[in-house]
Design a protein around this ligand. Structure first.
Ligand code: ZN
Length: 274
């Protein structure tokens, strides 16, 4: 099982991989650059190369996560910066040997014309991906919102990917907290969720799982992660997901507000083993 957590790049990319390894992880996520800014990072290529080699040697899978201000539905003023930032993230991730760069689904920009946001998202994705020739994929993540709000459903994820000109460069990252908060997935609707995913050919393009618990309940619409054993999602539901044939071989990455990620990694490994 590929299991791990989000780690800091305080000690560089190789340093991040080593921190993950020391925690007992064989999967990790990192911010390729300052998480609070879209500015371009002139990164240390040698460090990235060493990270890639280390991960290859120890069979570790990594994904990068775009900085917080990244939006696939940017304002006109932010569009160019967003596109160059995403290309910068993809380049760094590729150099580090990462399988993908996680980016959140876009958000509504015009309440009177909901389609506008989807159209903008497709156009931004096309602009980025026509300039990208690497192996690293852009992984679109489902977001947390009240049931029915933008970016929460399997249908939207699959449609957006299909409607771009470069669908082969796009995969998905599934976040359990976001799906639970949006009412898309829970223990009780687990089987229906799996069936819907298969029907829409979603799982063949899911490349990573953000395994998080949720501080708030089903349908709350709130994006507040909780420790894996300390939230509203029952362990049984998380176990069912981790064991599902459709996802069991993917990297499971914790984004939980916990001090002891080593213990949580053991906990989620036990979900699959029991
Ligand atoms: Zn996430």
């Amino acid at each position: 099982m590929f299991a791990g957590c989000h780690v800091s790049i305080r000690e560089g990319y190789l340093g991040a991989a080593k921190v993950a390894y020391q925690l007992g992880a064989n999967a990790f996520q990192y911010f390729p650059k300052n998480p609070r800014s879209l500015s371009i990072k002139d990164y240390n290529q040698q460090d990235a190369q060493l990270c890639k080699q280390f991960c290859k040697e120890y069979n570790i899978v990594s994904v990068a996560h775009t900085p917080y201000p990244t939006s696939l539905t940017p304002s006109e003023e932010k569009r160019e910066l967003t596109v160059t930032s995403l290309l910068n993230d993809l380049s760094i991730a590729e150099a580090c040997g990462s399988i993908g760069v996680v980016v959140h689904f876009g958000s509504q920009i015009d309440p009177n014309d909901p389609l506008k946001a989807y159209q903008l998202m497709i156009s931004v994705l096309n602009e980025v991906l026509k300039q990208w020739d690497g192996q690293t994929l852009l992984l679109i993540e489902n977001i947390a919102g009240k049931p029915g709000s933008m970016g929460t459903t399997i249908e939207e994820l699959v449609q957006i990917r299909n409607l771009t000109d470069y669908s082969e460069k796009i995969g998905f990252c599934f976040d359990t907290c976001h799906a639970f908060a949006s009412g898309v997935w829970d223990g009780d609707i687990h089987q229906a969720f799996i069936e819907k995913g298969l029907e829409h050919d979603y799982f063949s393009n899911v490349k990573a799982i953000h395994l998080n618990n949720s501080k708030y309940g089903l349908n709350s619409g709130k994006d507040r992660h909780a420790g894996i054993m300390a939230g509203k999602i029952k362990s049984e539901a998380l176990k069912n997901l981790v064991r599902a044939d459709e996802v069991k071989d993917l990297p499971f990455i914790l984004e939980t507000p916990t001090e002891d990620h080593g213990q949580e990694i053991k906990d989620i490994r036990s979900f699959q083993q029991e």
